[in-house]
Design a protein around this ligand. Sequence first.
Ligand SMILES: Cc1cc2nc3c(=O)[nH]c(=O)nc-3n(C[C@H](O)[C@H](O)[C@H](O)COP(=O)(O)OP(=O)(O)OC[C@H]3O[C@@H](n4cnc5c(N)ncnc54)[C@H](O)[C@@H]3O)c2cc1C
Length: 421
Amino acid sequence: MLQIPETRKKRVVILGAGFGGLTVAKKLDQKKHQIVIIDRNNYHQFQPLFYQVAMAGLEPSSISFPLRKAFQNKKDVVIRVAEVISVDPIQKKVETSEGECTYDVLILALGATTNFYGNEQFAKHTYGLKSISEALQLRNDLFKDLESAILERDYEKRQGYVDITIVGGGATGVEVAGALAELKNYIFPKDYTELDYREVDIYLIQSGDKLLQGMSEKSSIAAEEFLTKMGVHVIKNTKVVEVVGDEVTLGTGQKIKSRKVVWAAGITCVKIAGLPEQLYTSGNRIKVNDQLQIIDNKDVYVVGDQALLQSEIFPKGHPQVAQVAIQMANQLSKNLNQSTSKPFVYKDRGSMATIGRNKALVDLPRFHFHGFFAWLVWLVVHLFALIGAKNKVFVFINWVWNYFTFDQSLRIILKADTKNQ
Ligand SMILES: Cc1cc2nc3c(=O)[nH]c(=O)nc-3n(C[C@H](O)[C@H](O)[C@H](O)COP(=O)(O)OP(=O)(O)OC[C@H]3O[C@@H](n4cnc5c(N)ncnc54)[C@H](O)[C@@H]3O)c2cc1C
């Protein structure tokens, strides 16, 4: 059993403590509700900066926040670390790896995971970037492979160790490519003097004809120009069709020697057993009405990446970004607190992506800019969005340090302790 304390208050069970779930939990009125948060991790993770952990720019702890610390001394907030397995909307129950619990109101906020489009080979041989563990795995292997490259005399085999392929030219792919190019240009020549850093090739593969499909034309063009100048090989209009060992094959037949393939080519949601099949739409998103309720069930809500709310402006649903999750969570908590049923309307505040130092792109609803000022805006927005004063300070210090020294000091290969295995 999950051992949830008995209560006379309305029990709101929130599945997932990402941007959506955590925001609802913080905004719900604790005088009226008992709030139960269930997540597989005991911390909230700030996904937009995963790539900086993977590229040794930030410590994992500076972009994560312990859930219990976020709700210290809050008697009516119950946290359970467990894997959600199924939902029974008739009996109003949730089953988890640690037992089950009942609810009065259920909020699904389980986000999305990497979409390998059903290809087991891609899932096995490439790196996703949807958790801190995956970011750390990539960081470890990146630096392990550089050590192996130093020992490898054969040029072709060495290419496999040093070259990196990124699949997907959306914001994540572009940001990873930029960060890697900075490592190659600023760090590798100093740290790996026995290697010719010019041998390191970074490939960014995009199936469509432009990078950053969701952003403006100007942003797409600027991103490609920045990356090309930094030495990234941008290959468009082709897909990766095979990844085997240290070889990547493109749809054009081109082969790339590269042991590390970062998969940033899309996301999908995970179906939760027990919910009616007809609720699921493309990418396993759950169809909701404008009050974020699932069809035919007034007690089950969905927010964030998992929710699909169709409207005239967003016929395919809203973009799966943090702002949507936060705004949905704000509206839902207001409705639950005040027993109102105001519809959710998304206020688009624009989008941005960064490529590297002094290089970012910002699209506001009617205005685009890129370069140094865009980069400053990107830094400030991400700093303020981070949870926890300590995290903001640590990340700020790290960025200032990296900016002036052209260096970051987290290039550590972490090994799991095997003595008790
Ligand atoms: C690498 C990367 C970069 C991004 N960059 C940006 C950006 O720059 N700007 C932007 O706006 N958005 C960005 N996004 C998207 C943004 O992070 C998501 O839109 C946002 O996190 C969605 O919030 P959510 O609450 O729906 O889900 P999430 O934040 O994903 O939270 C889901 C939570 O559910 C938990 N969970 C999932 N399944 C289970 C289960 N079965 N059992 C228990 N717990 C479970 C997870 O541990 C997690 O805590 C990025 C995403 C990634 C991966």
